[in-house]
Ligand binder design. Structure first.
Ligand SMILES: [Zn+2]
Ligand SMILES: [Zn+2]
Length: 289
């Protein structure tokens, strides 16, 4: 059997020091739960003077989950992005990526599972906390669904639910080979408008520190994800400022990402995060590989 062609490791676009980032690698389209077509997003990126745009459709192969790419359309998705990549090659770099879910026992962000699509990079994500009996509690769907899930599957214990979330996340990070870790503390999404836990509680800080250790040891890139800002849930990125500080202390590399679900939001809060925080400027925050 012929071995498939080796691809170079994913190298995010590294901007000149102290310049606004002109790239986004976390982008959704009508292939999953985004509002606009991939081509409309590319036109927006070109209009904004972007150097690169990467598409990252939600996937959980072989599962079919509403709002995610239908596994039967995987090759079609890959073909369209490659077609657009060639078509716009003289104006912008286009990358084919995936935001692959980790649902223990069902799906994981592992390259062998998606080799037919031959993606340029993979983002690993936890959107469902899976219980011992295989039930799924949706992390970021609605506050109501989250609270019902914690009541039904964690006996109402928010601490047990959040510890299970981080355990699953650490398992994903340490077990599978992918490039970027998505929205590390997604469990914060509802915690401003519908507060349900104390982010300064010692047990929570322990989970965060332990997770920072595991992420640092993995060598994976962490995204500073502004998606909850564009959707009005939070006024800060994932992960939180204290979490970012712990990661930075451990030498973790960051990538700024909009987790965009529309052509207009591919640079949400970029100005703020690429200039306001010293460590998010220029070469240092993207790092090199
Ligand atoms: Zn996500
Ligand atoms: Zn996403």
């Amino acid at each position: 059997m012929q071995k498939s062609q080796e691809k170079p490791a994913f190298k995010p676009f590294v901007p000149h020091q102290d310049t606004l980032i002109r790239a986004n690698y976390h982008t959704h389209t009508t292939w999953c739960d985004g509002a606009d077509s991939a081509e409309a997003v590319i036109m927006s990126a070109i209009a904004k003077g972007y150097e690169a745009i990467g598409f990252s459709s939600h996937v959980a192969f072989p599962d079919t989950i509403p709002g995610m790419l239908d596994p039967r359309k995987g090759l079609e998705y890959a073909a369209e992005i490659r077609h657009l990549q060639a078509r716009y090659a003289d104006r912008i770099k286009v990358f084919l990526g995936l935001e692959a879910d980790y649902i223990p026992g069902v799906t994981a962000p592992e390259s062998s599972r998606y080799s037919a699509l031959n993606p340029d990079y993979m983002i690993g994500a936890v959107h469902y906390v899976v219980t011992d009996d295989g039930s799924r509690v949706p992390v970021d769907n609605t506050p109501r669904m989250l609270m019902d899930g914690i009541a039904a599957h964690f006996r109402g214990s928010v601490e047990a639910y959040i510890r299970a979330y981080y355990r699953q996340l650490r398992e994903m990070v340490s077990r599978y080979a992918f490039d970027i870790v998505a929205h590390l503390d997604l469990i914060r999404k509802f915690n401003v408008r519908n507060p349900y836990f104390d982010e300064t509680a010692p047990w929570y800080c322990d989970e965060v520190a332990h997770t920072a250790d595991v992420v640092a040891a993995s060598g994976k890139i962490v995204e500073v994800n502004t998606g909850a800002i564009s959707r009005g849930w939070l006024d800060d990125a994932y992960p939180s400022r204290p979490f970012r500080d712990l990661l930075r202390e451990r030498g973790v590399r960051f990538i700024l990402s909009a987790d965009s679900h529309a052509a207009a939001t591919i640079d949400c809060a970029y100005e703020r995060f690429s200039t306001a925080e010293h460590f998010l400027t220029g070469v240092e925050w993207l790092g090199t590989r």
